[in-house]
Design a binder for this molecule. Structure first.
Ligand SMILES: [Zn+2]
Length: 360
């Protein structure tokens, strides 16, 4: 009898629990609603020419290696990926290329300082990477890699120079390629060392449309966004040459999302083309060209990369005060952004000044 009673009570409890459970399910909202997939976005900042030799090096001897980065690096560190063009090799080795008037070489310890500043990818495809010849060039690649910065556009041979850098962040794969217009120049007919990488010679990737199209086509299916860095254009010209515009557009037609240009040492306009963007020249970032106002003004390009393309495009105006860049504000920012806006307008792209930046 007692056992029978106990069984009945237990049955009642089970039914009661089951029933209560059902009520809970129906009336109480789920404790863990399905989590929406995190938005797959990667923030990118890109800058132009970074030169850490010559007068910049002398300033660092006096003020320390933090000096060029002190007023700007938070802008780089805040982004998921920071990109720039490294215009000076990093090494203690090598000799200046015979006949080349201007040869840059910066201290090896600058590699770790560039990493601390926030850089993740640096192009070496430019007209200074081999200023101190092969050993210094290869040192630069090694130093960058050992400091977790990916060099792009240069290598021990042409295959390596054309290899894309692929960065995985926030569930997206971002691919970088880099090329220079100045790969075939030599400076002394008795020493015909050009910058171009070949099957057997180290160097940089040349800016040749067919070759770049091939690389973009190979990279496109492997990544969510294709970024092509081009060292090109006419020095001190505010406007891209017709050939630049043609190439930039052809690369976007072929699947590139973003073209990051540099070399003219002054800014050129930006062009929205299809779903892509061509930043023809971001100007100088860290340099010692103090003679003109225009070589002391540059741009930081800031945008979001998504699986569907680019968004939130914006450029920040920078001024290089004694080789120390800072983000301009107020009247100084407005005056310079009006120039950028005008250059951009001439390329058929409208942009609006928003506080201290220009929105595309
Ligand atoms: Zn250059």
């Amino acid at each position: 009898m007692r056992r029978w009673l106990a069984g009945l009570v237990l049955l009642g409890l089970v039914i009661g629990l089951a029933w209560t459970g059902r009520v809970d399910e129906e009336t109480v909202p789920a404790v863990n609603p399905p989590v929406p997939e995190p938005s797959r976005r990667v923030s990118l900042v890109a800058v132009g020419d970074i030169m850490l030799a010559r007068h910049v090096e002398r300033l660092m001897q006096t003020h320390g290696t933090d000096y060029p980065f002190a007023k700007i690096e938070d802008k780089l560190q805040d982004a998921d990926i920071a990109f720039g063009n490294l215009e000076s090799p990093l090494s203690e080795r090598g000799t200046p290329l015979p006949g080349k008037g201007i040869c840059f070489r910066a201290r090896p310890e600058m590699a770790s300082r560039l990493k601390k500043a926030g850089f993740d990818v640096l192009s070496v495809a430019n007209n200074h990477a081999l200023d101190y010849d092969t050993d210094a060039f290869l040192d630069t690649l090694d130093l960058l890699r050992s400091n977790q910065i990916e060099p792009v556009g240069g290598g021990k041979n042409i295959d390596e120079a054309r290899q894309p850098v692929i960065i995985e962040k926030n569930g997206l794969r971002i691919g970088f390629l880099a090329y220079t217009m100045f790969a075939d120049i030599y400076y002394d007919y008795r020493y015909r060392r050009t910058f171009r990488a070949t099957e057997t010679v180290s160097g940089v990737a040349p800016l040749e449309q067919e070759l770049i199209l091939e690389d973009v086509a190979a990279l496109r299916p492997r990544v969510d966004a294709v970024i092509v860095s081009l060292h090109w254009g006419t020095e001190y010209s505010r406007y891209p040459d017709p050939g630049q515009q043609e190439l930039g557009r052809a690369l976007i037609d072929a699947g590139a999302d973003l073209i990051i240009g540099h070399h003219p040492h002054v800014i050129q306009g930006l062009e929205r083309y299809g779903n892509g963007l061509i930043a023809y020249s971001l100007g100088n970032f860290i340099f010692d060209q103090n003679q003109h106002l225009s070589t002391r003004q540059g741009l930081i390009l800031e945008l979001q990369l998504t699986a569907d393309g680019l968004s939130d495009l914006r450029v920040w105006p920078i001024f290089i005060q004694k080789s120390q860049p800072y983000v301009m504000e107020g009247q100084q920012a407005r005056e310079f952004l009006q120039i950028v806006q005008e250059c951009t307008h001439k390329l058929g792209t409208e942009a609006a000044i928003d506080d201290n930046s220009l929105v595309l």
